[in-house]
Design a protein around this ligand. Structure first.
Ligand SMILES: *Cc1c(COP(=O)(O)O)cnc(C)c1O
Length: 368
């Protein structure tokens, strides 16, 4: 008897290439797609170490914790880094990016996180792409938390390095990740003597050993189970329709925002403007005197399956994340999350209005 996870036939080069084409279809891109055999931090670090070097100058846009990590890597590479930071309850604007580029004409690399699942905001990549392209810098975008939840068009938006992972809105595996690479990005890495080569971080190795050879022989044994799971998740998105998957995430975010506002009890949306709120996850601010991690622990004690988590680091006291992505982008999960938070707030001595929250969810996301 064969085991469903074991005893599998090897993943062929043809199958691997077919999965790459499926990813390219999802992103509507003509660029090369590389499927890196590790979690999304692998291509993110690979892109930065491939694009930056001593003497280069980078604009690092910080709208959440991932942007902070990118700045550290850029500095490691010896690049001069200009950090453009905005409060985590907002988004950066194309005008702010345009001004930073005008003040620093030497900038040749721009890094941006599209949606921040950790802080619940999303940035206007299309408009930022226009000003980055006009300036001539290479544009890297971390779209791990936006892909599948909101429109993402690397070619139309002038993104040179677009990194995605399947573990959020795509509802897929976390162990492999994808990056689309423009011809300009390949040129930049090829001309960078510091770009990783003969390394697990190297995108250039994939180009030399896989793409340029016509995708006929895989350089190493692939992460077979993760690749099969990625293929299955792409197939499911194609069957449901990408527009439908994105619409579910948009509705989950709108309903959570409206429901939490109606719930009250001191809870409010963390991201001030609805247009800056990410469809992938909704962040909420707890009232003064209510510790977010304690409130979440209390809510999860009643229902451990709910996608609730307190903010990371110093945000753990004041931020709750409702991770309504993938299988959790449903009306039922939104309602159950709000009910659990309402019960926990009541136990904390607050007076939330669960009927009002239910009504607000019903209005925002009618039961079709
Ligand atoms: C989730 C996410 C990643 C992937 O990182 P994990 O720490 O493995 O979750 C990368 N970038 C962004 C913006 C994310 O939201």
């Amino acid at each position: 008897m064969t085991h469903p996870f074991l005893d599998l036939a090897p993943l062929t080069a043809a199958r691997f290439a077919a999965i790459e084409r499926r990813v390219a279809g999802l992103l509507d891109t003509e660029q090369d797609v590389v499927i890196m055999q590790g979690e999304a931090l692998l291509p993110l670090e690979g892109c930065i170490r491939g694009g930056a070097r001593p003497g280069s100058a980078a604009l690092n846009i910080v709208t959440g914790p991932y942007g902070q990590t990118f700045g550290d890597w850029l500095r490691d590479c010896g690049a001069d880094v200009v950090d453009l930071s905005v409060p985590f309850h907002s988004a950066v604007t194309a005008e702010q990016v345009e001004r930073a580029l005008a003040e620093h004409p030497e900038i040749d690399f721009v890094s941006l996180v599209h949606a921040e699942a950790a802080t619940g905001n999303t940035n206007p990549v299309a408009g930022i792409g226009e000003v980055v392209r006009a300036h001539g810098a290479l544009f890297m975008v971390d779209a791990v938390a936006s892909v599948g939840a909101e429109p993402l068009l690397p070619d139309a938006w002038g993104v040179d390095l677009c990194v995605i992972g399947a573990q959020k809105a795509m509802g897929g595996p976390a162990g492999v990740s994808m990056v689309s690479v423009s011809p300009r990005a390949w040129e930049r890495m090829a001309s960078n003597p510091q770009a990783p080569r003969r390394s697990y971080l190297s995108l250039l190795d994939w180009k030399a050993r896989w793409i340029d050879g016509g995708r006929r022989a895989l350089p190493h044994a692939p992460a077979q189970l993760e690749m099969l799971a990625l293929d299955a998740c792409l197939e499911r998105i194609e069957a449901d329709g990408l527009d439908m998957v994105m619409a579910r995430h948009a509705s989950a975010a709108a309903a959570t925002r409206a429901g939490a506002t109606a719930l009250g009890g001191g809870l409010e949306p963390y991201v001030h403007e609805a247009r800056d709120a990410a469809p992938v996850a909704t962040t909420l601010r707890t009232p003064a005197g209510v510790d977010a991690s304690e409130l979440v622990a209390h809510a999860l004690a009643a229902d451990p399956a709910l996608p609730l988590v307190a903010g990371g680091g110093r945000l753990s006291k004041e931020m709750i994340r409702v991770n309504h992505y993938g299988v959790d982008a449903t009306r039922e999960t939104v309602l159950a999350s709000l009910a659990a938070l309402g019960a926990a707030l009541t136990d904390a001595g607050r007076t939330p209005d669960l009927d009002a929250a239910r009504a607000a969810v019903g209005e925002t996301w009618p039961n079709s």
